[in-house]
Design a protein around this ligand. Structure first.
Ligand SMILES: Cc1cc2nc3c(=O)[nH]c(=O)nc-3n(C[C@H](O)[C@H](O)[C@H](O)COP(=O)(O)OP(=O)(O)OC[C@H]3O[C@@H](n4cnc5c(N)ncnc54)[C@H](O)[C@@H]3O)c2cc1C
Length: 397
């Protein structure tokens, strides 16, 4: 490869890298994305494809919710420009016990931003109207929110890359690993690129480039087991993405609610295997009409490559409590791994030397957060992670 020049080089063609390529090109820079593999095969193609702003409130703070909503706008634009499969039916959180209903009621009552965007409580009859796939036996009610959208990650990630190339003039170097950076020189496995700025979005590969930037953060990997059903009958449509009580224990949005501890206590006692394996169940759809079902959460720095049938069975047992679809046979299983920061930290932005920034640690929200986060990063509005692993105060402009 002859030496190339680019204003900005982005390392990694997962969703975080693609989102930064978009933001940098919109800021008027020439951009090259360098991806180690022939195509993205990391966390970004292994997920549910759920853009989930409703889960991103932190202690009632709407900053990350807002980032998620801005990401949704970009996804909507990509879908309009490319015609890729896209479902804009929001999400249904279902309640089959009074303590689940109490958490949802409290959330809607205490989160005005979500309510203003249409989050509202529904009766079982209203839920039945919205989704015929929800089991109504024992259903007490639920919350519908309209901010959530569903893409098919295996379609969406390559589509965004092509869209960036064709519409925004971004260059891609596939099958090319970045080996070292000494600006303006970026050494890759296929030669040198000269750039003014590098943005590293290397996902799980956080021990190669500037490993010291991660050390104090105690970042570790989270492994999640996932499944897809066979394709549902022609024309079948999930409608809103579905979830139930266990999900209320997973997302930050519900963490500070006074009604949550009672629910946690009951579910810890009633579903100890699910709780010990970090299982909560989300249900989304794919472009091919399959249903994606998951997941579990196991945290460690090194993850073994094996999947556990007990975990798949427990996910399906819980799925069966609230969903009924025409074809429930599982066609595929896999696992995904994402880097996760402890103590509720939601992203890492490190600047190990002038011109170099690292964006990582988006946990289970990269599809939701990346476009909004990249906008804020390029605009200089994102708090930087200190060498001690803490986020400094966000710059105020
Ligand atoms: C099972 C599962 C379900 C999830 N569900 C959702 C969901 O529904 N909604 C949501 O918002 N989030 C979800 N997430 C989280 C989301 O998928 C991640 O936050 C996101 O994909 C992380 O994107 P990334 O670009 O940082 O990493 P990745 O997608 O892993 O991309 C990193 C890329 O960098 C490349 N790379 C690394 N080092 C180099 C190098 N030196 N040179 C060149 N290339 C390099 C890698 O090859 C890789 O392609 C889920 C995650 C998993 C695993």
């Amino acid at each position: 490869m002859p030496t190339q020049n680019s204003d900005v080089v982005v390392v990694g063609a997962g969703i975080a890298g693609l989102a930064h390529a978009l933001a940098a090109s919109k800021a008027g820079h020439s951009v090259t994305v360098v991806e180690r593999d022939q195509r993205a095969v990391g966390a970004s193609v292994r997920n549910f494809g759920l853009v989930w702003p409703i889960g991103q409130f932190v202690d009632g703070n709407a900053e990350d919710y807002d980032r998620g909503c801005r990401s949704k706008q970009v996804w909507t634009q990509v879908a309009a420009d490319t015609g890729m499969w896209f479902s804009d039916h929001g999400a249904l959180h279902l309640a089959y016990a009074p303590d689940e209903l109490a958490v949802l009621d409290e959330f809607v009552a205490s989160t005005p931003e979500a309510a203003a965007d249409g989050a509202r409580m529904l009766t079982p009859a209203e839920i039945e109207q919205l989704s015929p796939w929800v089991k109504t036996a024992g259903l007490l009610g639920g919350m519908h929110s309209s901010t959530e959208v569903n893409v098919d990650p295996r379609v969406a990630i390559p589509t965004v890359a092509r869209w960036l190339e064709q519409k925004h003039g971004v260059s891609f170097l596939w099958g090319t690993a970045v080996l070292g950076i000494e600006l303006p020189r970026i050494q890759t496995s296929r030669g040198v690129i000269n750039a003014e700025r590098v943005i590293i979005c290397s996902g799980n590969e956080f021990q190669q480039l500037y490993p010291e930037a991660f050390e104090a953060t105690a970042i570790r990997r989270c492994k999640l087991q996932m499944m897809r059903t066979q394709a549902q009958p022609e024309g079948w449509n999930l409608g809103p993405a579905l979830c139930a009580g266990l999900t209320l224990l997973h997302y930050d949005s519900f963490k500070a609610l006074s009604s949550l501890p009672a629910l946690r206590e009951r579910l810890d006692a009633e579903l100890p295997f699910h709780r010990a394996n970090g299982i909560h169940v989300l249900v989304s759809q794919t472009a091919g009409g399959q249903i994606t079902i998951g997941d579990s959460h196991h945290y460690d720095l090194t993850q073994d490559p094996f999947e556990t049938q007990d975990v798949f069975d427990a996910i399906l047992d819980y799925f069966d409590t609230f969903v009924s679809v025409p074809r429930r046979e599982i066609a595929e299983t896999w696992h995904g791994i994402y880097p996760s920061l402890p103590d509720g930290k939601r992203y890492l932005l490190s600047e190990p030397e002038p011109g170099v920034s690292i964006v990582n640690g988006l946990g289970g929200a990269g599809m939701t957060m990346s476009f909004g986060l990249a906008q804020d990063h390029l605009a200089g509005n994102l708090a930087v992670t200190t060498p001690h692993g803490e986020l400094a105060a966000a710059p105020s402009h």
